[in-house]
Design a protein around this ligand. Structure first.
Ligand code: 26V
Length: 833
């Protein structure tokens, strides 16, 4: 296994002593079940079983305890007919499932005892599970949290996505440079999934559209694709809290219709004989191909259409089975588009309704709009999807025709309602005529949906003012806000069992089912006994993380120093650079006045940069160069250390978050749609240092102004400042500390092997600081000194930390999902199975 070093230091499973297993599922039963599975499913006996064999047997035994509930939930959805939800997402950043499943079934303690009797250690087995990393970051992790919350709330939901053979790359830091290696989560099989070869849809690409005249004189269109690929279903059960309801995550794998062209093979062309197979299977080979080359672009669009079409065909099949007609679809089905990646669904659903099921256009459009809704996750212009018209015409000719017709009717209705202004018409058109003709996928999703939502209050407000300003004016009720949330089962109960136990002992068992009950610990924020226990839990988590840092970074950190944490994808707008500049400034200050009472701290970074994002990769290198210099400078005497943990993923987050004191949420205001790491860290008692961006604004409201460190420009000030230009020479001239930092980095103090390495980076900060790192620097530096002052007042720090945990209940993804269910999907909990 390549993750053996991770094994020793992973956090232990929830040990909250609240197993709710039925009596029959006693330790002995579970032990026998594991042994049966070891024998009959893994094909090993106890003597020859490897650790991985035991892991498989334990997963199978656990899965067996989910399956009956799964079938009951599935059947009940047919019997009771609640409105079904389909969550379409190209990403599900799941992580490991064993801890989740055991915890939600209430079987953790029983399983721990059963495995102990068999001479194997459950904690150790748990680390053998590879992370399912079928996502890039926040958007994919949100989808995974939502799946768990939908199961918890007994919403009859399916998640649909792609079963990538290879998830997000594995990051290795070589001399501080990021290197990407393929990730191979399926190498040893996936014991959680059920392959459903009989659930198979043909997905067309290319070809032409034929116009046919029906006997009644009407024209119908038939798409004759040039190529077909098959979508095969793989199902993973998703068990909700206390095991009450089980939903399905259905991931599609691409397969060629013909595995081999036998005639070509027989003629001796062995590679040519499997070329079609390779081309077909490339669709589900890897998460997001690098999207810079035209071939990469095309593959990405093939992925989007492949999974959208398979999912819609499957949803329609299920609806027909239950209701025998498609006209009632919007009454019984809600389809949520997770960003624009599945936006082609709007055109595809219209095609299926009109061309395949013979529904008239107007009625089909009502059904489509009534069924679909769309979540926007970013305002960044470079991240807003648009596809070249010629590419769509070639790959999906019928869908392109449909898009044109939707657009024509949409623009007609805009004109009819009295809007004739050419600027407005161009702005609300689905076709962008500026840089070659392109289809704006956000517009397609907006127009095809009854609701469009942003993911934090600020983001939704900005959505109305920027990306969808004109569409939002035309359809004023369409844009709503649904502030993101996180599942407390994974991010509190499983990741931080020590804190969970303390919270339950203090606030009562109610916290397991009602996140708002966390408020009950607020009165203990200054209670010496409680504070002592709270601090002891944090220290224990920090000891565990210090061991991971030693193992993986070879940096020794004292668990009693302030753990200052920035963990997220590396992107200029998230401003890891601001944090690094502050680190260097602090380093300068410590060296200038070594006799002062500095607060010792370790700056902990983790995060991946997109493989083709050179600037972000240089920022990673800089963090590592700065770490090297500071960690090896004896004059600093341990006052400051820097550690960059490689290969950030869900499992590593579960180890870092419970051990964090300070949470860095320092994006340029207006650019982080929400953030969800901010919620995980605050829930686990880290104080936030952040800008008024994304959900930070709402975290501030919930934890209280005095328990969060806010600095820097607001979104409005950012817009104004950019209006004045982004040359920062004057700003830098006013800040001696910043000047010194930039001079040091630019002149090679941290890169003596290549003194010019950061000259370009400093040049960008000086002359073209789009993310306003320089402008916020002084405020950030000053705010960090306030953090240090608070840290010295231990009682004040712990009080604020406890009030963070107490105030975060609202950020449960159960609350978010309940809002989607009420206000967008119009669905309710399914009746008892
Ligand atoms: C995508 C891209 C693609 C091309 C280049 C730059 C770039 C930058 C950002 C993105 C983000 C895509 C969407 C996304 O992941 N958004 C995240 O969604 C989270 C869940 O709603 C939210 O918490 C994060 O703030 C938001 O960035």
């Amino acid at each position: 296994m390549n993750n053996t070093s991770e094994a020793a230091c992973a956090p232990s499973l929830a040990d909250t002593g609240r197993d709710i297993a039925p009596a029959a599922d006693s330790v002995a039963n579970l032990r026998e079940a594991i042994l049966r599975r070891l024998t009959y499913s893994v094909g090993k006996n106890q003597a020859s079983a490897s650790e991985y064999d035991w892991y498989l047997a334990v997963v199978y035994a656990t899965r067996d305890r989910i399956v009956e509930g799964w079938m009951a939930s599935t059947n009940a959805a047919y019997v009771h007919g609640p409105k079904r939800v389909y969550y379409l997402s190209l990403e599900f950043l799941i992580g490991r499932l064993l801890g989740d499943a055991l915890n939600n079934l209430g079987l953790t303690e029983t399983m721990r005892a059963a495995t102990r009797e068999l001479g194997v250690d459950l904690e150790r087995l748990r680390t053998l599970e590879p992370d399912a990393a079928l996502g890039n970051g926040g958007l994919g992790r949100l989808a995974a949290c939502f799946m768990e919350s939908m199961a918890t709330l007994s919403i009859a939901a399916h998640g649909y996505g792609i079963r990538y053979d290879h998830g997000l790359f594995r990051q290795v830091l070589k001399d501080g440079w990021q290197q990407e290696y393929p990730e191979d989560w399926l190498a040893l099989g996936n014991p959680w999934e059920f392959k459903r070869p009989e659930v198979c849809y043909r997905i067309g690409f290319g070809g032409a559209v034929e116009a046919l005249t029906s006997p009644d004189g009407a024209t119908r269109y038939a798409w004759k694709p040039a190529e077909y690929v098959e979508a095969i279903a793989y199902d993973t059960p998703v068990v909700g809290w206390r095991g009450a309801h089980v939903n399905t995550l259905r991931l599609w794998s691409a397969r060629a219709c013909d595995p081999l062209q036998l005639d070509v093979f027989n003629a001796g062309d062995y590679v040519g004989a499997v070329a079609d197979k390779m081309r077909a299977e490339a669709i589900s080979k890897v998460l997001y191909p690098s999207d810079e080359t035209p071939a990469g672009q095309e593959l990405r669009l093939r992925q989007e259409y492949f999974f959208a079409s398979a999912s819609l065909q499957d949803a329609l099949r299920r609806h027909l089975k239950q209701y025998q007609e498609v006209r009632s679809l919007a009454e019984h089905v809600a389809i949520q588009l997770n960003d624009t990646h599945p936006a082609i669904s709007v055109a595809e659903l219209m095609r299926l309704l009109v061309d395949v099921h013979g529904i008239a256009w107007e009625e089909a459009w009502k059904i489509t709009q009534g069924t679909i809704s769309y979540t926007n996750h970013t305002l960044l212009p470079e991240a807003l999807e648009s596809w070249p018209v010629p590419l769509l015409e070639r790959m999906l000719p019928r869908q392109m025709q449909i898009i044109y017709l939707i657009n024509a009717l949409h623009l007609d209705s805009v004109r009819k309602s009295g809007h004739t202004d050419a600027r407005l018409i161009a702005a609300v058109s689905m076709i962008d005529e500026h840089a070659g003709r392109r289809v704006r996928m956000g517009h397609l999703a907006f127009i095809g949906s009854h609701k469009v939502n942003g993911v934090s209050a600020l983001h939704s407000k900005l959505l109305k003012q920027t990306v969808f300003r004109d569409l939002g004016t035309l359809y004023p009720d369409r844009i709503v806000n649904k502030t993101n949330g996180i599942t407390f089962r994974r991010w509190l109960f499983e990741a931080n069992p020590g804190l969970t136990r303390l919270l339950a002992d203090t606030a009562g068992e109610g916290i397991y089912d009602d996140p708002m009950a966390l408020r009950k610990i607020a009165p203990y924020a200054s209670d010496a006994a409680f504070v002592g226990e709270f601090a002891a839990v944090k220290r224990q988590n920090k000891v565990a993380l210090a061991k991971i840092i030693l193992d993986r970074c070879h940096v020794k950190v004292d668990p009693d120093v302030l753990f200052d944490v920035q963990i997220k994808r590396v992107h200029e707008y998230k401003r890891q650079l601001l944090n690094i500049l502050e680190t260097v400034a602090l380093y300068d200050a410590i060296r200038a006045q070594p006799y002062l009472d500095w607060v010792p701290r370790v700056k902990i970074f983790a995060g991946k940069a997109a493989a083709s994002y050179h600037h972000a990769k240089l920022i990673i290198k800089l963090a590592n160069d700065v770490a090297n210099v500071i960690n090896n400078d004896p004059t600093v005497r341990g006052m400051l250390k820097v550690a960059y943990l490689p290969n950030y993923n869900v499992s590593l987050a579960e180890s870092i978050i419970p051990a964090s004191d300070l949470s860095e949420q320092i994006s340029t205001a207006g650019m982080e749609a929400s953030g969800t790491g901010n919620m995980k860290l605050a829930l686990n008692g880290a104080l936030t240092i952040g800008t008024l961006d994304g959900a930070n604004v709402e975290i501030k409201q919930h934890v209280g102004d005095e328990n969060i460190f806010i600095f820097g420009m607001t979104a409005e000030q950012v817009a104004q400042r950019r209006g004045r230009g982004i040359d920062m020479r004057e700003t830098i001239a006013r800040s001696p500390a910043l000047r010194e930092v930039l001079d040091a980095i630019g002149s090679g103090v941290f890169s003596p092997d290549d003194p010019g390495r950061y000259a370009g980076l400093v040049d960008i900060l000086t002359h073209h600081d789009h993310f306003l790192v320089c402008e916020d620097f002084d405020a950030y530096y000053a705010c960090q000194r306030e953090v240090a002052a608070k840290w010295l007042d231990r009682a004040a720090w712990w009080k604020a930390s406890i009030l963070n945990t107490a105030g975060m209940g609202w950020f449960s993804s159960d609350r978010t999902i309940a809002e989607y269910a009420d206000e967008i999907w119009k669905t309710q909990a399914q009746k008892k199975e």
